[in-house]
Design a protein around this ligand. Structure first.
Ligand SMILES: NC(=O)c1ccc[n+]([C@@H]2O[C@H](COP(=O)([O-])OP(=O)(O)OC[C@H]3O[C@@H](n4cnc5c(N)ncnc54)[C@H](O)[C@@H]3O)[C@@H](O)[C@H]2O)c1
Ligand SMILES: [Zn+2]
Length: 348
């Protein structure tokens, strides 16, 4: 088992290891010392696969364990689902010391974390990611929230989990499309950090290097989160590819997945930087190679002006412009302030 420690407003460990799902209760127990009741939240795809195992594990570790299932899909990352979780907890008599467990992908993690942030003004929760995206990104760092009809993630809170337990064996049931979705974030880390993360993507992710890969991604993210939990500075690096990626995702009516869209966003930014002479031909080819290897190399069908116009409504914008992440090399990305006009010219 690999342990990555995260130090933020709450210190916690990310545990990664094959087969550890059966021990999740025991592994979380020392972080949930005063907890009597646990509500395991998962979606309608994940529940039939893993909830019984997780429930058994928490029960054997001495917790009074309850489960709640919501309909799978981003369209259910809503205030309504959030309300159902909070109301169930209230009906079950959950108090301040009790906890939630988010068993699933980023949708489950974001809603459950948000419900934990709000129920009785904040109770503990643990993350048990079951998608690659959740394992390397969304389960760590404490961003929680739900979507509104007006836009994604518009309501939320920062609330760190008490533990993250990831068993890579759960990825065996994950559809190929969802694996690629997670690889989009994987490429993001490879471009931001370079080194071994890049090497693994270049040689191909496989069962032998999967745990190491996830641990390296989480370690990188946790270092950034430790330095800037609330995203006022360096954490913005994690938005590499996201300004244009979010725009593409939205303009496609969410037909293009998040991972595919941000991979495309990274590609556009890398190409722009190469054209400006601030990214070497060699580094550009490396990035293209990684996108090819993961089946994520694609020219956007949406025009650049349209993408920039859609980026104007991104919630991460500031009054004086956008903080755009530019690529200088693999392992060297920078946050640069640009107006929309400058971004349009940059990627032309
Ligand atoms: N909080 C953060 O820092 C952060 C970061 C990145 C993304 N996100 C959020 O994460 C969400 C996307 O997460 P996601 O891609 O994991 O989506 P998801 O949770 O919807 O999972 C994708 C699909 O895979 C299914 N699934 C999950 N695990 C499975 C398994 N082991 N076997 C079979 N099927 C399985 C789910 O039911 C769903 O249909 C978005 O809402 C995004 O905003 C949050
Ligand atoms: Zn993302």
């Amino acid at each position: 088992m690999i342990t990555v420690s995260v130090s933020a407003s709450e210190n916690y460990n990310v545990l990664i290891g094959r087969g550890i799902l059966a021990d999740v209760g025991k592994l979380c127990a020392d972080k949930l010392k005063n907890t009597k009741k646990i509500l395991v939240v998962s979606d309608s795809n994940v529940t039939p696969l893993y909830t019984a195992k997780v429930k058994k594990s928490f029960t054997e570790a001495g917790f009074e364990t309850y489960t709640l299932t919501f309909e799978a899909g981003e369209e259910n990352k809503t205030l309504e689902t959030f309300g159902n979780i909070a109301e169930s907890a209230a009906r079950l008599g959950f108090c301040r010391d009790d906890a939630f467990a988010a068993l699933g992908g980023g949708v489950t993690g974001d809603i459950t974390g948000f419900a934990a942030a709000c129920y009785m003004r904040g109770i503990k929760y643990v993350q048990i990611p079951t998608t690659l995206l959740a394992a390397i990104d969304s389960s760590v760092g404490g961003k929680t929230g739900v979507d509104l009809p007006e836009g994604k993630n518009l309501v939320g809170a920062f609330h760190q989990p008490s533990a993250v337990v990831f068993d890579p064996e759960v990825l065996s049931t994950l559809p190929e499309k969802e694996l690629r979705n997670g690889l989009g974030e994987g490429i993001k880390y490879a471009v931001l950090k370079g080194g071994r993360i890049k090497e693994i993507i270049q040689s191909g992710l496989n069962p032998e290097n999967l745990e190491e890969f996830c641990a390296l991604c989480v370690k990188y993210k946790s270092e950034i989160v430790s330095r800037d939990e609330k995203e006022s500075g360096v954490r913005q690096l994690l938005n590499l590819g996201h300004t244009l990626g979010h725009a593409e995702e939205k303009l496609s009516g969410y037909k293009i997945s998040h991972g595919e869209a941000i991979a495309c966003g990274i590609y556009i930014m890398a190409k722009a930087s190469k054209n400006k002479g601030t990214l070497s031909e060699r580094a550009f080819e490396e990035i293209v190679g990684m996108l090819e290897k993961t089946n994520l190399l694609r020219e956007s069908e949406i025009g650049k002006e349209e993408l920039v116009a859609a980026a104007a409504t991104d919630k991460k914008n500031h009054a004086d412009g956008l903080n755009v992440v530019t690529v200088r090399d693999t392992g060297d990305c920078r946050i640069e302030k640009m107006s929309l006009k400058e971004l349009g010219e940059y990627i032309k």
